[in-house]
Design a binder for this molecule. Sequence first.
Ligand code: GLN
Length: 484
Amino acid sequence: MTSLTVAELQQKLRAREVSPVEVLDALDARISAVDPQIHGYLSRDVAIARSLAEKADVSLPLGGVPIAIKDVINVTGEPCTAASKILRGYTSTYDATVIARLRAAGAIPFGRCNLDEFAMGSSTENSAFGRTMNPWDLSRVPGGSSGGSAAVVAADEAFAALGSDTGGSIRQPAALCGCVGLKPTYGRVSRFGLIAFASSLDQIGPFAKTVRDAGLLLNAIAGKDPLDSTSLDVPVEDATALLGRDLKGVKLGMPREYFIAGIDPQVDAAVRSAIRHYEGLGAEIVEVSLPHTGHAVSVYYVIATAEASANLARFDGVRYGHRAQTDNLLEMYGRTRAEGFGPEVKRRIILGTYVLSSGYYDAYYLRAQKVRTLIRGDFTRAFEKVDAIICPTSPEPAFKAGDRSDDPMKMYLADIFTIACNLAGTCGISIPCGFADAEGTKLPIGLQLIGQPFQEARLLQIADAYEQSTDWHKARPVPAPTPK
Ligand code: GLN
């Protein structure tokens, strides 16, 4: 049962072939069997979820469907650790808006997914509570930062999940785990109740087994929220409305700067073959240029760290989680942060504080903002010619755990193709498009489509056309993780 898509599950629930409680129990059993090897979940509260399942209304859009939640989104009465020791023991006192909306749609938040501490990373190795394993090869990373959300969907330990994407944290792990990951347009989904990393870049979005499922989740969570002034009052169209329409007249842009030396040859080949497949479906492929691409990673690491240094100032031992034991106040602040934050988070706070400090602000932060405007302009110009941009999600398939953990620069480059989309504020999706062979192990490859702002319905139509005419999305980790 746990291998069903959300759409299939809904049908069975509505036909009363299964009850929400049976679904929850089956999922819980699957998690118990598989998660000891994957470690995609940090915690789950079966009692709360069961009581919700007992009264679930299956006539609602997501009625009775359990959804896994990245442990950076607040759910009343549940832990929200951001995979950081500093928030160990913290219990949420309120629902994030996305959670309130999932509940209103009948869904059941179930399970807290592992991540890189405060969503900073690309491998989920920065979690303070142990790494998540890639279900296709347990010695490899699932990507990050939403590696737990991606892994549990890929391993049929969740029907769908929510993650957050600041520079690629939904799309990159989706690519490395072989599922669908959608980053909505900035302002499409409320960030209220998401633990902030970089507020001008963060966006919550779904992980799913199919493009349609991602659309169903987006429908539930999208829309203006008075509690988040950056959510935009743009009409929420049905994200699944265009699914099934043909691709005649659709133009896809291949950015010259994204097909470069250094990409894994198997990734390059799979993406090029996906592009030929699109031509076969009737789409027109044109070359486009995003000339400022080369600056995206640097600009991101100035802006994101600057915002993080401000956002993380609130974790000082006074209000949340961990507090160092001492009777001197200043020492308490310092020691709480020294004990509570991991090395990558500290590195970012230091970098972000530096680029904002007087004397350096103009040279780094202000300049980065100007280049961000140029990057956004690249996309605006490309979208005058094409409906979506097509490129790899990640330059390579899943890498071995431990391979990058000592080299932050190398880790940062994992997001080279996803970051610009966040800087430009537009929407993007990763879908499975093939497999690489790594010494006999099959590793998923992700295809990225970047859409025009607020054109998620069009983006999903384009993604779905590929998915429905290929079989990649049906593949599951083989051999399936053996139950303990
Ligand atoms: N890997 C990027 C980083 O470490 C992106 C993370 C994210 O999107 N949250 O910042």
